[in-house]
Design a protein around this ligand. Sequence first.
Ligand code: ATP
Length: 235
Amino acid sequence: MTLLTVEIAAAGYGAVTVLRDVVFEIPEGGRLVVLGANGAGKTTTLRTISGLCRVEGAVRFAGKDVTGMPPHRVAATGIAHVPQGRGTFGDLTVRENLLVGGSGRPGRAAARDAARWLDRFPRLAERSGRPASGLSGGEQQLLAIARAYMAAPQLVLLDEPSLGLAPKITQELFATLDEIGRETGTAMLLVEQNAELALGIAEEAVVIESGTITVRGSAAELRDKDEVRRAYLGV
Ligand code: ATP
């Protein structure tokens, strides 16, 4: 069953149109990666789905038309957004950050899930009572991801989770994302510059250039395409 349908005719900020004819679908539990150079429109694609951009066209999620809905209502339909740069609350403790993520759910369910995420990530558990600002970049990314899953979403939007992380930490992060995806069955829409790792955990992929989709296919197909290998895989 289709979970997300994106049919963006045009989207952008005020008078600036960034995306044109960006069309794709994600099935329930599916994983799609959006590749593209800096400034191609990847972040704008995620922001449009989350209700943060002006849009012409349609975005449908879980049987609902979410086009033009304000971001808090889009989030309430079951879409969680992990923004570029993590967006953790530095003054709140690690545990409080998790509870903010679960604030739309009954308190007991949120407290139980916060404890589960802390069990899962011992480095966060050790620092659960300390401000999030003291975490390393990789730990902040884990916290941002766990905070998103605290909302018990059906779809998680991840904007360049590898940004600013060392290669080894990035590899661990992608292995973790792969595991979480399998365990929870939550669909994933991933924007990423690290094409090699992203294609490794995605099923489908699209390439955005200058605001429009130029290549699409299964992750395996994209790995074999010369143009993708040259531009994004450094081959
Ligand atoms: P990056 O990898 O650098 O994050 P991206 O593919 O995510 O790139 P976007 O952030 O979506 O690209 O930006 C696409 C285009 O939209 C760029 O030309 C950018 O300058 C423009 N843009 C982004 N944010 C705004 C804004 N708030 N107002 C006007 N234009 C914007």
